[in-house]
Design a protein around this ligand. Structure first.
Ligand SMILES: [Zn+2]
Length: 498
């Protein structure tokens, strides 16, 4: 599982950090002079909004952030705040609030059955809130007014929610694990885990750990380690005999991404909910799927299997990071498309971006046809549908062409003359005679991913009249779908009349 993560992230990070075509977001919205008391107030406001119950716990300041649970009714969290940067303190609070909400939502009994399942599960809860909510674009639309109201009005008025979103998601090479961002962090864990395994298997001598560490840092993150205190000696885990502990951080991160994926399937407007500060359905979902079960399952895998229908699977984590950082760092992708259809006279339009711009393109394309809102929504829904369809193939993330699409659109008359005969299967050119009725035309957008996958055709009606009479589902499927999907749906090997 970790190998999959490593294989996906090493090239992605290299592209994000070294690519000539990338733009690094500014960290300016994070830096300044910020009052610790106000930061604490901001943290309390935001984590309470997210669902931390202050009547069943406390939020305090400490040197190192932690969560302590006396009982379900008293869960205390702490964070530390700096005066020259405000995000780290808040991130610590959100992380600890994620741990705390797990504790607060266990069944309120004294049974050991109603205690957290495992370290990895615990970490999945903190990372769910810290990353999938707290590092998301809609969250900063929600939180920006709080930044201006509570922290510093004149400072934050200079920046949009998008500026803040980009700043908190900046990627950089870090020698130190605890300072690493979410994209490079997994490699810090993998490096340690591989060393631990080799030491325990007798393949690596303890005296050679530092050398191996430095080699792996170069290999995985392209970082030169100047001294061992910034290298193999930076963590307290091994000196405290905590072997096999580091993987729980990454298992938690993988589980968090998987939980978010399924949560977003169950709450389709999750982003709108986050943006409006309505976190209740999300908290309830986590309670239903994770918290209330305590230790009733033998493992995290068993719980996910039963609750989500699938054991721990790193593809959601890889997908999340790839999609997010490709878009954030505007990693350009190139495409090659073979055009097979001569029935359509395509206006070739290539799209050089990932998913968001695809939606944008569709909106433009659809608006360009001046069709009514209902049809627009349908078209967009359909586009989203196949964007979801393409998600699974993102799991080989360094192959960017897999989620690059090319879209052609062409007018298609569907009022065919009754005696029209379509060509036999396999014909490259299909001639269609049509009636003069120009109102009964629709636009068909055909989309193909750069690796050759055909997506469902999108049909756009120009006039309300046409749309009213003929909806996509009662279109003659043979005239459109069979042609486009001929690789899948074969046409009968005889002439076909419409
Ligand atoms: Zn934690």
């Amino acid at each position: 599982m970790f190998d999959q993560v490593q294989q996906a992230l090493v090239p992605l990070i290299a592209r994000v950090l070294d690519g000539q075509d990338t733009q690094s977001p500014s960290s300016k919205p994070l830096e300044g002079t910020f009052d610790v008391h106000k930061q604490q107030q901001l943290s309390e406001t935001l984590v309470t909004a997210m669902g931390f119950d202050p009547d069943m716990g406390r939020i305090d300041v400490s040197v190192h952030p932690f969560t302590m649970s006396m009982s379900v009714k008293d869960v205390r969290i702490t964070s530390r705040f700096r005066t020259d940067e405000w995000y780290q303190g808040l991130a610590g609070s959100i992380h600890e609030a994620g741990h705390a909400m797990y504790e607060q939502n266990l069944n309120p009994t004294a049974l050991s059955l109603d205690t957290p399942l495992s370290m990895g599960t615990h970490e999945s809860q903190s990372l769910f809130w810290e990353r999938h909510i707290g590092l998301s674009r809609p969250f900063w639309r929600f939180a920006h007014p709080h930044l201006t109201q509570i922290l510093d009005q004149s400072f934050f008025q200079q920046y949009t929610p998008e500026d803040v979103y980009k700043a908190v998601n900046r990627v950089s090479r870090s020698l130190i694990r605890v300072e690493a961002d979410e994209l490079t962090y997994p490699l810090h864990v993998i490096l340690r885990y591989n060393i631990e395994k080799d030491v325990i298997a007798g393949k690596l001598h303890v005296k050679d750990i530092a050398t191996r560490w430095n080699q792996d840092m170069k290999l995985l993150l392209n970082i030169d380690v100047p001294t061992d205190d910034k290298g193999a000696l930076q963590d307290v885990h091994w000196s405290g005999l905590a072997f096999g502990y580091f993987p729980t951080y990454l298992i938690g991160a993988i589980a968090a991404a998987q939980l978010y994926h399924y949560c977003a399937m169950d709450i389709p407007d999750i982003e709108r909910k986050i943006e409006s500060g309505d976190f209740v359905p999300i908290k309830d979902w986590l309670k239903e799927k994770v918290h209330r079960h305590g230790r009733r399952y033998p493992s995290l895998d068993a719980m996910l299997e039963e609750q989500l229908g699938e054991a721990l699977n790193p593809k959601y984590f890889i997908d999340y990071l790839t999609t997010k950082y490709s878009e954030l760092y505007q990693i350009l992708v190139t495409i090659t498309v073979q055009r097979k259809l001569t029935i359509l006279r395509p206006k070739a339009r290539s799209i050089h971006k990932g998913q968001p711009s695809t939606i944008k393109y569709l909106e433009d394309a659809v608006v360009g046809h001046a069709i009514e809102m209902r049809q627009l929504r349908e078209a967009i829904d359909r586009a989203k549908e196949w964007l979801l369809e393409t998600r699974p193939i993102l799991s080989a993330p360094n192959v960017f062409k897999e989620y690059t699409i090319n879209m052609d659109q062409a007018p298609l008359p569907f009022s065919l003359a009754s005696s029209t005969t379509l060509e036999l299967e396999g014909e490259k050119t299909v001639t269609i005679r049509q009636t003069e009725n120009s109102k009964t035309r629709c636009t068909v957008s055909l989309t193909i991913t750069a690796d050759g996958r055909k997506l469902k055709p999108m049909i756009i009606f120009k006039s309300q009249r046409g749309a009213g009479r003929l909806r996509p589902e009662n279109l003659q499927p043979a005239s459109i779908e069979t042609t486009w999907c001929s690789a899948v749906n074969t046409m009968p090997g005889k002439t076909r009349k419409t």
